[in-house]
Design a protein around this ligand. Structure first.
Ligand SMILES: [Zn+2]
Length: 132
C-alpha cells in the first residue's frame, strides 16, 4: 500500500471534520470518485484569474466554504511539486504587492491533507462574512 493511501485512510477513519459545507463536500467527493484527478492536473486545467511571471491565481472549485470566502489558490505556472529559487523570490513579492491586500491568510496543506501533491499550491482565504 502506498504511504499516501495509508494517510488518507487514517484521516477518513478518524472522521476528521471538513472545512467545507456538507453540499460542497459532497461535490468534492463526487469529483474525487469520478477518477478525473488521476488523469489530468486539475490545477493546470483551471481557469486563470490573474497571471504573474511564474505564478497564477486560480479559483478553488471546492472551497472551504464553512469558514472562508473567497478561497483562491496560488500555483506556480510550472507543473511541479517543489518551487525553485526564482519562484520563491517572486512569491515574496506577490505576498507584499497583492496577497496581503486581498486575503486574511495564506495556507499550505501538509502532506497528510494535500489532495494534489504533484502541483505545489497555496490556499488564499478571507474569513466569510456573517449572513445577516
Ligand atoms: Zn499541474
Amino acid at each position: 500500500m502506498h504511504e499516501e493511501d495509508i494517510f488518507c485512510d487514517t484521516l477518513s477513519s478518524m472522521h476528521v471534520r471538513t472545512l467545507r459545507t456538507p453540499e460542497m463536500e459532497a461535490k468534492y467527493q463526487e469529483m474525487k470518485d469520478s477518477g478525473i484527478m488521476n488523469n489530468s492536473c486539475r490545477l493546470c486545467d483551471e481557469d486563470v484569474t490573474m497571471t504573474f511571471t511564474h505564478w497564477r491565481l486560480i479559483p478553488n472549485r471546492f472551497p472551504y466554504d464553512q469558514v472562508f470566502e473567497p478561497h483562491d489558490m496560488l500555483i506556480p505556472i510550472r507543473h511541479t511539486a517543489d518551487i525553485n529559487e526564482e519562484e520563491r523570490l517572486e512569491l515574496e513579492e506577490i505576498k507584499k504587492s497583492y496577497i496581503n491586500h486581498h486575503y486574511r491568510y495564506i495556507m499550505e496543506a501538509t502532506h497528510s491533507t494535500k489532495s494534489i501533491p504533484q502541483h505545489y499550491h497555496l490556499h488564499l482565504v478571507e474569513i466569510k462574512k456573517e449572513e445577516i
